[in-house]
Write a protein that binds this ligand. Structure first.
Ligand SMILES: NC(=O)c1ccc[n+]([C@@H]2O[C@H](COP(=O)([O-])OP(=O)(O)OC[C@H]3O[C@@H](n4cnc5c(N)ncnc54)[C@H](OP(=O)(O)O)[C@@H]3O)[C@@H](O)[C@H]2O)c1
Length: 305
């Protein structure tokens, strides 16, 4: 690797045991987007730092000549230690920071425990801010100014039902990225939001609703929706397109890749909100009178207990 090679740090790699079991049952699914991005940046000649909570889970990356760094996005001291490692290795600079680590949470909004929402925001939102705050001196020091890539989602502005907290976390990342972009302009650091559509990874698991959930009648529809998400674009295909855009079109402040991402942009830009709601209502059975009635009955029955 040439000493002058651009450097990139990517967070979020590990496939947990649960995810691994899930992945092995899914023919079309690859491992996470982080791994695919790392291999693609490496292929394009960049010096890649793969930052994961568990180095053991990314041994295949170090075997391929990619630098691996331990980083827990939820821990300030871990972020700080990772920054020290990268700084030492690069002489105090970083060209691209990809905040990719993220969690999924699927549950009816009114039945989601606030502790779970807070844990989700810790990773999807607050860790993004903490990592940027810590790594910013390295990005400012990069020749020509560094680039921050925040991994958002098309659901940032779509009412995808039963993932309200996740959608809200991606809206927060989006708004944060837009504001940060303007603040960092004088420092020469660019901010890109990856507004991704569906990609086949272990992120989305098939949900089971509590027996007491008032939305229990919708469970088969939600399970079908999750299984359909499994058949989407492979992470490697996504990574190739995303990295091409990040490296070759740095002026693009939003990058739409993954299944349905472009359609989502068209819908959110041009369709009226009532039409968008009608579409999403129907995708989970909330437009069906019988199902709505069953949910309302369960809510009434529950309120009597
Ligand atoms: N797959 C999709 O359809 C899709 C669509 C739109 C956006 N995205 C976004 O793409 C990013 C990557 O997701 P993916 O699909 O590749 O899913 P993934 O395989 O589950 O990867 C996400 C990674 O984030 C890290 N992470 C998850 N929970 C964490 C926690 N509690 N604490 C610390 N780190 C945690 C883990 O990496 P380590 O354990 O290695 O640190 C995990 O492997 C996420 O931000 C996701 O929201 C995905």
């Amino acid at each position: 690797m040439a000493a002058s090679a651009k450097s990139v740090l990517i967070t979020g790699f590990e496939v947990s045991v649960l995810q691994f079991v899930h992945l092995s049952n899914m023919r079309s699914c690859s491992s996470g987007i982080g791994k695919a991005l790392a291999f693609e940046f490496h292929h394009r000649g960049l010096r890649v730092f793969a930052a994961s909570r568990s180095l053991a889970s990314i041994k295949d990356l170090s075997d391929a000549g990619i630098d691996t760094v331990q980083l827990d996005p939820a821990s300030a001291s871990s972020i700080n230690a990772a920054r020290e490692v990268v700084s030492k290795a690069t002489g105090g600079k970083l060209d691209i920071l990809v905040n990719n680590a993220g969690q999924w949470l699927e549950k009816p909004a009114i039945e989601t425990e606030i502790d779970k929402v807070k844990a989700l925001f810790d990773i999807n939102v607050f860790a993004v801010m903490a990592i940027i705050n810590d790594f910013i001196p390295l990005l400012i020091a990069a020749k020509g100014g560094g680039t921050i890539v925040n991994h958002g989602s098309m659901v940032r502005s779509l009412p995808h039902p039963f993932t309200a907290a996740y959608n809200a976390s991606k809206s927060a990342v989006s708004q944060y990225s837009h504001t940060l972009r303007i603040e960092l302009e004088p420092l020469g650091v660019k901010v890109i939001e990856l507004v991704s559509g569906r990609v086949a990874t272990g992120l989305i698991t098939v949900p089971t609703l509590d027996e007491s959930s008032i939305y229990k009648p919708l469970e088969p529809i939600l399970q079908k929706r999750a299984r359909e998400a499994e058949t989407q674009q492979k992470a490697e295909v996504f990574a190739k397109a995303a990295v091409k855009s990040i490296l070759e079109k740095p002026g693009n402040v939003e990058v739409f890749k993954g299944n349905l991402a472009t359609i989502a942009w068209v819908i959110t830009t041009f369709a009226p909100r009532w039409a968008i709601h009608a579409v999403f209502r129907s995708t989970v059975g909330l437009g069906d009178g019988k199902l709505r009635g069953a949910i309302a009955e369960r809510a009434v029955a529950r309120s009597k207990h």
